[in-house]
Design a binder for this molecule. Structure first.
Ligand code: NAD
Ligand code: DAU
Length: 334
C-alpha cells in the first residue's frame, strides 16, 4: 500500500502520517508539501528516517511535481490547503490556488495514474452556519468565508471527477481539530501558548460562537477508517461530539492549563463569523467508527503537549512572518 499524502508537514497531515505508520509499518508514504508558513518538517522529526517514508518539497498546483509524486501510489489523501479563515479574509488568491486549482491538478493526475481511492479532506465549514439541529451529508452547501468557499469549490471538482470519469473519490468533512503540532494561529493552540507565555487570549465578538471539537488523533482514525471502508462518491462527516461556545472552550483551556480567567480579552469580531457549526456524523458511526478520546482527556493531553514542546511553538511565534501576520490582523496593515 503506497499513499500520497499532500500537506503532510502541516497539523493534521503530520499527525495522519504518524498515525498510519503506527497502524501499518509496511505502508509506504510519499509526503508532498510546499512548506508554506504552516508546513514544518519538525512535525515529522521522528518519522524522517523511516525507510518507507519519502518527503518531496513541492506544490500541488504544479503538474510535473504531482506527476512525479503520484507514481506508483494506490491512494491519495489530500490535506494540502490554505486552512486559516482569518487569512482568507485578508486575501483569498492563495486559497483559490492551493485549495481549488491544486485539488484539480491532483484529481487529474490521480485519474491518469489509476489510483484506487482519492480522499479529499474537507470541512464542516462548507455547510455554513446552523442555528438549530445538525448538518447531514445531504445538507446544502452554503459556505460563508473565502476559505470555506474555496473548500466547497474543491469538493465540487471532486464530485465532477467521480461522476464524469469514475474516479473513486471520497470526501471527509470534519469539525474543528485540536491537538499536537497545530500552528499557533488557530484558537486552541493560540490560547494555550498565549497562557503559557502570560499573554491574553483574544476572544472574538461575544464569545458565544459554537464549534464542535475533535481531537486530531480521532480525526486521523476517522480518515483511516474512510480510506479502508468508505465508498466511492460518498461524503462522511467526522465530529468529536463536543459542541461548545468559544467562551466555554476558553474556560476549559484555562482550567487545564492552570490559568486565570482575567487572561481572556474580548476583541473585535471576525467578519462574517459563522455562529454555529454542528455535524450529524451518524453515517460514519453506523459503520462502526467513533472517537476514542473524551474531550477532557484530549484537552489535558493537548495542554501537556504544548507545555512539553515549548521549543516547537516558540520558534514559530518568534518568527518575523508570524509577528507580521498579527500586526496585519489587529492593526489592518503590513
Ligand atoms: P495546516 O495549515 O496546518 O497545513 C496545511 C499544509 O498544507 C501545510 O503543511 C502547507 O505547507 C501545505 N500546503 C499548502 N498549500 C500547498 C500546496 N499548494 N502544495 C503543497 N502543500 C501545500 O492545515 P491543517 O489544519 O492541518 O488542515 C489540513 C486540511 O484539513 C486542510 O485541507 C483543511 O482545510 C482541512 N481541515 C482542517 C480542520 C482543522 O480544524 N484544522 C478541520 C477540517 C478540515
Ligand atoms: O470547522 C473546521 C475548521 O476549523 C477548519 O476547516 C479550518 O481549517 C480551521 O482553521 C478551523 O476554522 P475556525 O475558524 O473554526 O477555527 P479557528 O481556530 O480560527 O477559530 C475557532 C473559533 O474561535 C472561531 O469561532 C473563531 C474564534 N477565535 C479564533 C481565533 C483565532 C477567537 O475567538 N479568537 C481567536 O484569536
Amino acid at each position: 500500500m503506497r499513499i500520497l499524502v499532500t500537506g503532510g508537514a502541516g497539523f493534521i497531515g503530520s499527525n495522519f502520517i504518524r498515525y498510519v505508520f503506527d497502524k501499518n509499518m509496511s505502508c509506504e508514504i510519499v509526503n508532498l508539501d510546499k512548506l508554506s508558513y504552516a508546513g514544518n518538517l519538525e512535525n515529522l522529526k521522528d518519522i524522517e528516517k523511516n525507510e518507507n517514508y519519502t518527503f518531496m518539497k513541492g506544490d500541488i498546483c504544479d503538474h510535473k511535481t504531482v506527476e512525479k509524486a503520484i507514481k506508483g501510489c494506490d491512494y491519495v489523501v489530500n490535506f494540502a490547503a490554505e486552512s486559516h479563515v482569518d487569512r482568507s479574509i485578508h486575501g483569498a488568491d492563495e486559497f483559490i490556488m492551493s485549495n481549488v486549482l491544486g485539488t484539480n491538478v491532483l484529481l487529474e493526475k490521480a485519474r491518469m495514474n489509476g489510483v484506487s481511492k482519492f480522499i479529499q479532506i474537507s470541512t464542516d465549514e462548507v455547510y455554513g452556519s446552523i442555528e438549530n439541529g445538525s448538518f447531514t451529508e445531504d445538507s446544502v452547501l452554503a459556505p460563508n468565508s473565502p476559505y470555506s468557499a474555496s473548500k466547497a469549490a474543491a469538493e465540487h471538482m471532486c464530485r465532477a471527477y467521480f461522476v464524469t470519469f469514475g474516479l473513486p473519490v471520497v470526501i471527509t468533512r470534519s469539525s474543528n481539530n485540536f491537538g499536537p503540532y497545530q500552528y499557533p494561529e488557530k484558537f486552541v493552540a493560540l490560547s494555550i501558548t498565549n497562557l503559557i507565555e502570560g499573554k491574553k487570549i483574544p476572544l472574538y465578538g461575544d464569545g458565544k460562537n459554537v464549534r464542535d471539537w475533535l481531537y486530531v488523533e480521532d480525526n486521523c482514525d476517522g480518515i483511516y477508517f474512510v480510506l479502508n471502508k468508505g465508498a466511492a462518491g460518498e461524503v462522511y462527516n467526522i465530529a468529536g461530539g463536543y459542541e461548545m461556545m468559544n467562551i466555554d472552550m476558553v474556560h476549559d483551556i484555562v482550567r487545564a492549563a492552570g490559568g486565570d480567567r482575567s487572561m481572556i480579552e474580548y476583541v473585535k469580531d471576525r467578519l462574517g463569523h459563522d455562529r454555529r457549526y454542528s455535524l450529524d456524523d451518524s453515517k460514519l458511526r453506523d459503520m462502526g467508527w467513533k472517537p476514542n478520546h473524551t474531550f477532557k482527556e484530549a484537552l489535558d493531553k493537548t495542554v501537556k503537549w504544548y507545555e512539553d514542546h515549548r521549543d516547537w511553538w516558540m520558534k514559530i511565534k518568534h518568527k518575523d512572518t508570524y509577528k507580521k501576520y498579527y500586526t496585519k490582523q489587529y492593526k489592518g496593515k503590513d
